[in-house]
Design a protein around this ligand. Structure first.
Ligand SMILES: [Zn+2]
Length: 175
């Protein structure tokens, strides 16, 4: 969960409690970089996000498929399973967290590549070329650029409007 103040990705959870009759969880977090505190609400969501495949068919989002593709791309590369699990968890969070009911395989691929590129060049190229069977590289790069630009804009927006995340002030003594 990105810090609304400094955009750092990692925070520790200080307190979790169910709210709204247990359909949401309120989490009090502390940024691992700037130490500021913020509150997030996680909604339980039983409706699975559907993945729209290139031919238009839909299937429920399946994290193991992403992991399998990553393991394949990372064969004999110095990448740990922990790293791969983290990528999958990141992508899953991204996909399920934006509230859309559907996501395309291309969007998922672009997100995986965006993260894999930072981890290992060779694995990135392998994954990208595997993905290219579905689309030419130019379009993929375009997709990644659009994604990057959107992330940049979102981060800028979050920095401007920290009120998007509910700020409840210093931890209350009741906790
Ligand atoms: Zn921070």
């Amino acid at each position: 969960m990105r810090c609304p103040y400094c955009s750092h990705e990692e925070s520790k959870v200080l307190d979790s409690r169910p709210v709204d009759d247990g359909s949401s969880i309120r989490r009090r977090r502390e940024c691992l970089k700037c130490d500021r505190r913020f509150t997030t609400y996680e909604r339980t969501d039983l409706i699975p996000v559907m993945v729209v495949k290139r031919d238009g068919r839909r299937e429920p989002f399946d994290r193991s498929k992403i992991l399998r593709g990553l393991v394949q791309a990372c064969g004999k590369r110095p990448v740990s399973m922990d790293d791969l699990e983290r990528i999958v968890a990141d992508v899953e969070r991204e996909v399920t967290g934006r509230g859309d009911r559907e996501v395309s395989t291309l969007q998922i691929g672009a997100q995986v590549m965006d993260r894999l590129r930072r981890l290992d060049d060779v694995a990135y190229v392998r994954f990208a070329s595997e993905h290219r069977r579905f689309r030419d590289l130019e379009t993929l790069v375009e997709e990644a650029e659009i994604l990057k630009e959107r992330k940049r804009r979102e981060a800028a927006l979050r920095a401007q409007v920290p009120l998007l995340t509910v700020e409840t002030g210093p931890t209350k003594s009741s906790q």
